[in-house]
Design a protein around this ligand. Structure first.
Ligand SMILES: Cc1cc2nc3c(=O)[nH]c(=O)nc-3n(C[C@H](O)[C@H](O)[C@H](O)COP(=O)(O)O)c2cc1C
Length: 391
């Protein structure tokens, strides 16, 4: 058995393989409500063979949405439309997971294809989408040209922590079996963690322990509402890539503190805090964030998920086989090919008979494969393509 296709148990939940669908915001919800788009978008990844399918960043408060199109779980009405998605994913052998988040100072933003800039009166005129005031640990704008958020009061902080717990309980009611907290990419929890965005002098800032307090309180609030047999993950930006920002060593300490609060796995990403400084050059290579997953796993002593710029099945299998991460998550590669897990299994010799596919597909594909072989129609590997222009 390959490492990538070995099952993994987190608390009482067993994943059939080590492949997760990374949360991918679709910006297709209205009033935070899931619809057919989300069912089909997520459903195809279950048919494609991923072990764990995460629904996108889902706001725990309306003011914590990044855009008007974000999913939400700030109200009981938002539970029912998510239930069929969980039912479908489960029926097709995937574990349904959800990412819970709050955008903080990155709230009230335009969708990527509308510019990823702050919402203003123009959006209200064109689409009826009004801007709103964001909240954050400190009244520091995300970037130049962004409005300053309101500094959170003690009451705001308490309300948001509570909202994470309540949203987790709603997620369980909808049928999700894993919760990931979005504490990366410059969103609210990351804003508390990073000295670049958190300039508070009270107990929610000031030093490493103060800046970590909010993340730990969120973990505790969720753990209190999540059944013991369901895993809780945190997505962290391992480094801010900026002078004066978070470094991997800080994140290792955060991961240890989260583990003590009952967090079961850290999903290891990086960057996104914003600010005026330009990030130090990130070396973008296949699996460039795997070293974060590897060090956090080794030094904080909890399971990790490697994310980012992963697509080659052999490379992904090696990451898990070499103990650099316990699982991998893919985003864009799965948009390109939702069946990537099935193709990866074939490439790694873990499924030569289309046995991992739903029988409605696999039966036909196997039959076609046998026919192609029988008729000798498959060109041996390495044969140059035919039919090109004559030279
Ligand atoms: C369409 C899209 C939406 C995304 N939305 C989220 C999100 O809601 N939450 C999150 O943590 N990351 C989000 N990301 C980042 C991905 O989860 C992933 O970390 C990143 O794309 C790197 O992985 P990849 O190289 O496999 O795409 C998004 C990425 C894409 C392409």
């Amino acid at each position: 058995m390959t490492a990538l296709f070995a099952p993994l148990t987190l608390r009482g939940v067993t994943l059939k393989n080590r492949i997760a669908v990374s949360p991918m915001s679709q910006y297709r919800a209205r009033d935070g409500l899931a619809n057919d788009w989300h069912l089909v978008h997520l459903g195809r990844f279950a048919l494609g063979g991923a072990g764990l399918v995460f629904a996108e960043a889902t706001a725990v408060e309306a003011r914590g949405r990044r855009t008007h199109g974000d999913l939400g779980l700030w109200s009981d009405d938002q539970i029912a439309p998510l239930a069929p998605i969980c039912r479908f994913l489960t029926a097709e052998g995937a574990v349904p997971g959800i990412q819970l988040g709050h955008a903080g100072r990155k709230a009230s933003e335009r969708r990527p294809w509308h510019g990823e800039t702050p919402v203003d009166g123009e959006d209200e005129d064109q689409r009826g989408e009004a801007p709103w005031t964001a909240i954050a640990p400190s009244a520091l704008p995300y970037a130049e040209g962004w409005p300053a958020p309101a500094e959170m009061t003690e009451a705001d902080i308490g309300a948001v922590i509570e909202a994470f717990g309540t949203a987790a309980a709603r997620a369980v009611e909808a049928g999700f079996r894993a919760v990931e907290v979005y504490a990366a990419h410059g969103f609210l929890i990351h804003q508390f963690l990073s000295p670049i965005a958190n300039r508070r002098a009270d107990r929610w800032g000031g030093d490493d322990a103060g800046r970590r307090r909010f993340a730990l309180a969120v973990a505790r609030a969720i753990r209190a509402r999540l059944p013991d047999d369901l895993p809780l993950l945190f997505r962290l930006s391992a480094t801010d890539w900026l002078e004066g920002g978070l470094e991997l060593e800080d994140t290792i300490e955060t991961a240890k503190a989260l583990a003590a609060e009952g967090v079961d796995m850290v999903a290891c990403s990086s960057g996104g805090i914003g600010g005026r400084e330009r990030p130090r050059r990130m070396t973008l290579a296949q699996g460039f964030q795997v070293p974060f997953a590897e060090r956090i796993r080794r030094e904080a002593g909890l399971p990790t998920m490697a994310i980012g710029f992963l697509w080659d099945p052999r490379h992904c299998d090696a990451v898990v086989a070499e103990g650099r991460a316990d699982m991998i998550a893919l985003a864009r590669e799965l948009l390109a090919d939702p069946n990537w897990p099935h193709h990866a299994a074939a490439a790694l010799g873990a499924d030569e008979t289309f046995g991992n596919w739903p029988p409605e597909f696999g039966w036909w594909l196997m039959k076609r494969e046998r026919l192609i072989e029988k008729l000798g129609l498959r060109e041996p590997q390495g044969t140059p393509p035919t039919g090109g222009p004559e030279t």
